[in-house]
Design a binder for this molecule. Structure first.
Ligand code: MN
Length: 266
């Protein structure tokens, strides 16, 4: 198997080294990742400036690594669109410093790298450790990644579907197991901080304390992590709210056609 490893914390982050090393038993491992921290960059595609890709030193022996000048999704795109000559069988992203749960997925560069992979019809898994501390220990999360990937992921994952996996901040022996769950509800405690620059012009930070969320609703990612379990959530790129298709159909819009006077009419 040829496994592509990316992340959003940057190619120098400890989590990507742990993930690349965990993938080595499964075959060839190539790292293509942003040259600096791109956390919360979302699924951005760089279209208006050139992308640079350079070979990069990497702390794991036997792993070829490249640093890109832009986002996690750019990194995966260039790798899959022909920069890597060997066909890729699986894309893994992470191990992110900090959880990606609930609405975090829309901000997450870690998950966006996996989104990009499934757009190009490659199976993909995103891994995040629910520990934001600088000296977080990725050992248990790496063991989780090894366990999941050993289940022949390329065969099991359907098109446009990725796995989003969060690991609780616990030593391996204290992790209670795996829970297959849906996205929970995050609460963001963001504040708009307004300051003045030295030239008298205001500038803004989106500040505030770390996001919290509803830990009480069972069978969510937030609940699993809060209770010491690994959370596994299958994510589909079809974001349609199917129940609303029926609801909106009752609004009568589909019976209207353009009339003569600039309005729609039945
Ligand atoms: Mn990150």
């Amino acid at each position: 198997m040829h496994i592509l490893v990316s992340n959003d914390d940057g190619i120098g982050a400890p989590g990507i080294a742990a993930l690349a090393e965990a993938m080595l038993p499964f075959g060839k491992v190539t790292v293509v990742a942003p040259d600096e921290n791109q956390s919360a960059s979302g699924h951005r595609k760089t279209m208006h400036k050139p992308l640079r890709i350079d070979p990069a030193p990497f702390p794991v022996e036997g792993v070829e690594a490249y640093a890109t000048s832009d986002t996690p999704s750019d990194s995966v795109a260039v790798a899959l669109l022909g920069f890597l000559k060997d066909p890729v069988d699986l894309v893994v992203s992470g191990i992110n410093r900090g959880a990606n749960m609930g609405q975090d997925l829309t901000y997450s560069g870690t998950v966006s790298a996996a989104f990009e992979a499934v757009i190009w019809r490659k199976p993909a898994i995103a891994f995040s450790l629910a520990d934001y501390s600088e000296h977080a220990d990725y050992t248990a999360a790496a063991a989780v990644a090894r366990q999941v990937v050993s289940l022949d992921m390329p065969r099991r994952l359907p098109p446009l579907t990725l796995l989003n996996i969060n690991i609780p901040p616990l030593p391996l022996g204290q992790i209670k197991g795996f829970k297959i769950v849906h996205q929970g509800l995050r609460e963001y405690n963001d504040d708009l901080v307004t300051r003045m620059d030295p030239y008298g012009r205001p500038y803004y930070w989106i500040g505030g304390t770390a996001p919290t969320g509803d830990m009480t609703e069972e069978n969510t990612d937030l609940w699993a992590i809060h209770n010491g379990y690994v959370s596994i959530t299958p994510i589909h790129l079809d974001m349609t709210n199917y129940a609303m298709i029926r609801e909106i159909s009752s609004w009568g819009l589909d019976r209207l056609t353009p009339g003569a006077n600039g309005h729609f009419e039945e």
